[in-house]
Design a protein around this ligand. Structure first.
Ligand SMILES: [Zn+2]
Length: 341
C-alpha cells in the first residue's frame, strides 16, 4: 500500500513574504501555472503577485470543471514544472485533476476551509453531462494556508468546515458497526484521528464564530488530520458514513447546500438511527449556526426520498444496512429529530 501525504505545510496569520520562499524550497522548477478564478485573483492578489515575482507564471482560469475542458487545459499545463491552485472548491478540484493528468506536483492555497477534501487525492468534477463525479486525482505536494484570507471569507464557509468535521462522529460509529458485522476492520488509529479532529472543533465552536486565529488553526489542522486519516486508510471511510450517503443522495436529487452543512444535518439522522446522542449533535450544530431543519437547508422536498434511497448510493456498510428505512420510518425519524415538522 502506498500512502501519499503533502510534505510541506505553511500556516500563518499572514503568509506575506513567505509564499515564494516556501515554493522555492520545494525545488519543483521555475515555471508554474496558477489555477484560480478572477474573483479569487482579486482577493489574493498579494499571494499571486508574490509567486509571479519569483517564478515564470501562467495564469489560468478554468471556464468550467467539465472533464473534457480540463483534459484540454492539461495539454498546456504539461509545459510547466508545477501547479498552484488558489481558491475554494472549483480551483482546487481543477488543480488536483490537472496535476494528475499532466503528472505535475501541485500546491494548494485554500482561501476557504469548508470541507475536509484539501488533502484528498480525489477531485469532484463534471462528467460532461452535468453530473458531478468523483475521480482519481492527485493530493497536493504542499499546502499554504493564510489565516487572514480564510478569516476574511464568510463565516458560512467556516461553519461548513466545522459541519464536515462534526459528521465524523457518526461516520466512525458506522465504521465500528461494519467491524462488528464482519464487513470491514475498524482501525483504532485512523478512527481516533477522525474523532480527535471532530472533538477539537467541538471545543472551539464559540471561538470559530468569532473567527479567532487559534480556533481557525484548530479548524485547519482538524480538516488536514481528517484528510490524513482518509489518505492513510485509503478510502473516505474514517470520515464518511451513512450521513454522507444521505448527503450524496441529496446532491443527486438537486440540493445546492454546502457539503459541510448537509452532512452535519444528516449526521443528526445517522446518530438517531445509531441510537447515539443525537440531541448533542443537534445542539452542537445549533451552537455553530448550522441548519438543523430540512427547510433551513433548503431540502424539504427531497429529504424523505434521500433518506429512503441512501443505502444504495454506494457499497459501504453503515447503520442503513441494519435499519429498514421505509418511507414511513424516514418520516418518523425526521419528525422525531425535528428536521421536518
Ligand atoms: Zn465530507
Amino acid at each position: 500500500m502506498i500512502v501519499s501525504l503533502p510534505y510541506k505545510i505553511l500556516i500563518d496569520k499572514n503568509t506575506k513574504g513567505k509564499v515564494a520562499d516556501t515554493l522555492e524550497n520545494l525545488n519543483f522548477g521555475k515555471n508554474c501555472a496558477i489555477i484560480c478564478t478572477e474573483h479569487v485573483q482579486n482577493i489574493c492578489s498579494t499571494i499571486s503577485s508574490e509567486v509571479s515575482s519569483a517564478f515564470e507564471v501562467e495564469m489560468s482560469e478554468p471556464a468550467t470543471i467539465e472533464i473534457n475542458h480540463l483534459k484540454e487545459m492539461a495539454k498546456d499545463v504539461k509545459a510547466v514544472d508545477f501547479i498552484v491552485g488558489i481558491g475554494g472548491g472549483k480551483s482546487m478540484d481543477a488543480a488536483k485533476y490537472l496535476a494528475f493528468l499532466a503528472q505535475k506536483p501541485w500546491v494548494a492555497i485554500p482561501t476557504i476551509l469548508s470541507h475536509d477534501g484539501v488533502v484528498s487525492s480525489r477531485a469532484i468534477i463534471d462528467d460532461g453531462q452535468g453530473n458531478w463525479m468523483s475521480v482519481t486525482a492527485q493530493e497536493p505536494a504542499a499546502i499554504i494556508a493564510d489565516l487572514e484570507v480564510i478569516k476574511n471569507a464568510g463565516y458560512k464557509y467556516i461553519a461548513s468546515g466545522m459541519g464536515d468535521l462534526l459528521s465524523n462522529f457518526s461516520a466512525v460509529e458506522d465504521w465500528k458497526l461494519a467491524d462488528k458485522a464482519g464487513k470491514e476492520n475498524y482501525h483504532e488509529m485512523m478512527g481516533k484521528l477522525s474523532l480527535i479532529s471532530a472533538e477539537a472543533v467541538t471545543k472551539h465552536i464559540d471561538d470559530l464564530k468569532k473567527k479567532d486565529y487559534h480556533a481557525l488553526e484548530v479548524l485547519f489542522w482538524s480538516l488536514v488530520s481528517s484528510g490524513f486519516a482518509m489518505n492513510i486508510y485509503g478510502s473516505s471511510r474514517p470520515c464518511s458514513g451513512s450521513e454522507h450517503n444521505i448527503s450524496h443522495m441529496l446532491d443527486k436529487l438537486g440540493s445546492k447546500a454546502l457539503h459541510g452543512n448537509q452532512v452535519a444535518l444528516t449526521s443528526i439522522i445517522s446518530s438517531y438511527l445509531q441510537k447515539g446522542d443525537w440531541q448533542k449533535t443537534k445542539s452542537n450544530l445549533e451552537k455553530a449556526g448550522l441548519p438543523v431543519t430540512a427547510k433551513e437547508l433548503g431540502v424539504e422536498d427531497i429529504i424523505v426520498e434521500a433518506l429512503v434511497s441512501a443505502k444504495n448510493v454506494r457499497d459501504r456498510y453503515t447503520i442503513l444496512n441494519e435499519v429498514n428505512v421505509t418511507k414511513k420510518k424516514a418520516e418518523e425519524v425526521l419528525k422525531e429529530t425535528g428536521i421536518i415538522p
